[in-house]
Design a protein around this ligand. Structure first.
Ligand SMILES: Cc1ncc(C[n+]2csc(CCOP(=O)(O)OP(=O)(O)O)c2C)c(N)n1
Ligand SMILES: [Mg+2]
Length: 356
């Protein structure tokens, strides 16, 4: 990618909130965009806290927190067009929110009242993909479809460091590069795949170094620096839109929370490790920077706090007391038209449940 050397990690704002001397990606964004990025990150953090609370109160079956990854997710989703397609995994709350997916839509999967987030497609976002790396293939397929239809939309595959070791990731990356698919791979290297450290995922110098083998440009970015994520992504998206093919972005970040609410990370990582990353918090850093450039006013902080409160309440209202799903939908929505075998299984279950 122009100007980027895979050995560098692109950073525009340092952990203490002061600008870095990075010249290749520097970009003057208008104050509205700067404050919008801040708002999206804070809303993501607040909503994430509410999700965890709801799970702890027994209202959700499970939840996978994105705490610490707000910049990587918001920054990469914020520079897209509404017609560009997102192919998330399961931890992309910041990307979902930036795309306009509602708390009610996001929460239904975690509560088990609806599956996969089929309604996300109205916003050009694929449903959650828990099968790690499978969404990479979907993203490349969709990108190739756009290419053949001569649309200029771009697709984005979100993956983790762990997902990048899967066979599906290899196939997706290879096919994307060979056919110059307009797809950007955003690999959030959050240092962990459940309890497996990222260092066990690659023998290369970094995940991004692998891209050379596919013939694909790669860039490593500070995933806790929202401005760096935004500008690196903007350039990759532009390249894909202009027919230049895919890009591999490795966003260096950290999963601050447990893998999911069922996990206990104290069994495999040290408090010191977590503290070191806490000092690089993406929101604190950006707030310091915004303050120094006069964008973080009291008015903005109040507006964001007000919105956060309303969004948390919206999530809670959508979750608490939500009716159970119609179990027949598990079968009815597999294909456009249900097959005779699935219909037989559905009817048998309904009979057993006394719901026929
Ligand atoms: C194909 C497949 N194999 C195994 C799993 C079990 N699993 C769920 S999450 C996970 C780790 C994923 O780590 P990473 O890709 O780094 O994403 P992160 O959870 O860190 O966001 C695994 C192995 C799965 N969901 N899908
Ligand atoms: Mg990971």
């Amino acid at each position: 990618m122009d100007g980027a050397a895979v050995d560098d990690v692109v950073q525009l704002v340092q952990p203490d909130g002061t600008p870095s001397d990075e010249g290749r990606y520097r970009r003057d964004l208008p104050p509205e965009t700067l404050s919008w990025l801040y708002e999206q990150m804070v809303l993501t953090r607040e909503l994430d806290v509410e999700f965890v609370n709801l799970q702890r109160q027994g209202e959700l079956a499970l939840y996978a927190s994105c705490r610490g990854q707000e910049a990587a997710q918001v920054g990469t989703a914020a520079c897209l067009r509404k017609t560009d397609w997102l192919f998330p995994a399961y931890r992309e709350l910041g990307a979902f929110l930036t795309r306009g997916i509602t708390p009610a839509q996001m929460s239904a999967l975690w509560r088990g009242t609806w599956h996969g987030g089929l309604s996300f497609t109205e916003k050009c976002c694929a449903p959650f993909c828990v099968q790690i790396a499978a969404n990479g293939l979907h993203a490349v397929g969709a990108a190739m479809a756009a290419q053949r239809l001569q649309e200029d939309s771009v697709t984005v595959a979100y993956m983790g460091d762990g997902a990048s070791s899967e066979g599906d990731a290899h196939e997706a990356l290879n096919v994307a590069a060979v056919f110059r698919a307009p797809c950007v791979f955003v690999v959030q290297n959050n240092q962990w795949a459940i309890s497996v450290p990222a260092t066990h995922q690659y023998a290369a110098e970094s995940l991004a170094h692998r891209a050379a083998g596919y013939g694909m440009p790669a860039v490593r970015v500070d995933g806790n620096d929202v401005l760096a994520c935004f500008t690196v992504m903007e350039r990759a998206v532009q390249r894909a839109r202009q027919g230049g093919g895919p890009t591999f972005i490795e966003a260096m970040t950290y999963r601050m929370a447990p893998h999911t609410t069922s996990d206990d990370p104290t069994r495999y990582r040290t408090a010191q490790d977590v503290e070191q990353w806490a000092a690089r918090d993406p929101i604190d850093r950006y707030a310091t920077y915004l303050d120094s450039v006069g964008v973080l006013t009291e008015r903005l902080a109040e507006r964001v706090a007000g919105r956060a409160g309303r969004l948390r309440a919206e999530l809670r209202d959508a979750v608490v007391g939500a009716p159970d799903m119609d179990i027949a939908d598990v079968f009815n929505t597999v294909y456009h038209e249900i097959t005779p075998e699935l219909a037989r299984q559905r009817d048998q279950l309904l009979l057993e449940l006394g719901k026929d």
